[in-house]
Design a protein around this ligand. Structure first.
Ligand SMILES: Cc1cc2nc3c(=O)[nH]c(=O)nc-3n(C[C@H](O)[C@H](O)[C@H](O)COP(=O)(O)O)c2cc1C
Length: 365
């Protein structure tokens, strides 16, 4: 009888054992040299915690809210296409796992189950992650998401062109499952496919959306709007000026533009630029409870996990996703205790050592 996983890397190792090679590569790969994927991790390692002792840590509360939605831990499920590659119940299993841990799931435009099916299976809050693939499709998706009870629209902005994931090209990987949100729609593949599930340079078609069209997008719905993939103060400034409600700092797990900084490194300047006018979240490389605490100490409200959801799914479906989240819950709580903190909503400053050169004003002008 194998031991239960004791950390997320155990889930990763087991997922690698059970998944076919090409599927593993599809989930694991970053683009090009995978520099950014690695840097997402090494950047977290550069931040260190400052423990504080001899305090009353009898009750530690790690619950918080994101855009007003209660979540029991500051960890959400990041949007990712094609959960069926890891488990036949795909996003239905993921949303059940998220619900078991009382947290929020961001559902991808490129899910295998439709947003209505996922909403039906959900017991916790959902955001709809939008890939803009044309005005009529965006309008249709946003209206359906609102109708199905999603609590926010999260527009992914960091995929202006398709990304080459060279492992997928070498494996001649192709998408194996249908895209639930476009089922029975008579649309050519190139119009509905995203850059995450369709490897290659020429397959997906990028439909331009610019800051100008944000107003149009906001006009389609009364739901709050989150922008995912922002990583500079410059863009964060425009985002808050445009009235967005949330910014999810992300490198897309290093799966789009390679050769950028790690996402966590960009949090200080984005938080500074947002000036409390938008909530800031971060994903990319979160693997430990201490990573979560570091992100929160830099001013993020919550984090999201991408690849680990696939590991949980592959190992044990909904229970695996729940297992991944519960390990993080335990680790966040332990890190809080060591740092003498009792509430994630009210963290003390000076909780972490920030390397010289990080933060507002230290990047390119
Ligand atoms: C297999 C896979 C598919 C993804 N699909 C999407 C997607 O459809 N939309 C999106 O905004 N991000 C997508 N992402 C990126 C995640 O939302 C997230 O930014 C990233 O996985 C976080 O990094 P991590 O995997 O290191 O946790 C995908 C990531 C993976 C691994």
């Amino acid at each position: 009888m194998p031991l239960d996983p004791i950390n997320l890397y155990d889930y990763e190792a087991r997922a690698k054992q059970v998944l076919p090679h090409n599927t593993w590569d599809f989930i694991d790969a970053g683009s090009m040299d995978e520099f950014t994927t690695r840097r997402n991790r090494t950047a977290f390692e550069e931040l260190t915690l400052r423990p504080r002792f001899l305090r009353d840590i009898g009750e530690i509360d790690i619950s918080t809210t994101v855009l007003g939605e209660e979540i029991s831990l500051p960890v959400m499920i990041a949007p990712a296409g094609s959960h069926m590659v890891a488990h036949p119940d795909g996003e239905l299993a993921t949303v059940r796992g998220a619900g078991m841990s009382n947290t929020l799931m961001e559902l991808s435009t490129s899910s295998n189950y439709s947003m209505e099916e996922v909403s039906e299976a959900a017991t916790g809050p959902l955001w709809f992650q939008l890939y803009h693939r044309g005005y009529d499709l965006t309008e249709m998706l946003v209206h359906r998401a609102e109708e199905a009870g999603f609590k926010a629209i999260c527009l992914t902005v960091d995929t202006p062109v398709p990304s080459p994931k060279e492992r997928d090209l070498r494996n001649q990987h192709t998408r194996a499952f249908e895209l639930g949100n476009f089922r029975a729609m008579d649309r050519p593949e190139s119009e509905i496919s995203g850059t995450d599930e369709t490897p290659g340079w020429a397959v997906s078609r990028a439909v331009p959306i610019t800051w100008k069209e944000l107003e149009w997008l906001r006009g389609l719905t009364s739901l709050p709007l989150v922008l995912k993939g922002i990583r500079t103060a410059e863009d964060a400034h425009i985002a808050v000026e445009s009235g967005v409600d949330g910014i999810q700092v992300s490198t897309h797990g290093g799966r789009q533009l390679d050769s950028t900084m790690g996402a966590i490194e960009m949090v200080p300047e984005v938080v500074d630029a947002a000036k409390g006018r938008a909530e800031v979240y971060v994903d990319s490389g979160v693997r430990r409870g201490s990573d979560v605490l570091k992100a929160l100490a830099l001013g993020a409200r919550a984090v999201a996990i991408g690849r680990p959801l696939f590991w949980g799914l592959a190992v044990d479906g909904a229970n695996g996703v729940h297992g991944v989240l519960e390990l993080l819950r335990e680790e966040v709580t332990r890190a809080m205790a060591y740092c003498g903190q009792t509430s994630v909503r009210d963290l003390e400053s000076n909780l972490i050592n920030i390397p010289y050169g990080w933060g507002p004003g230290t990047m390119a002008p």
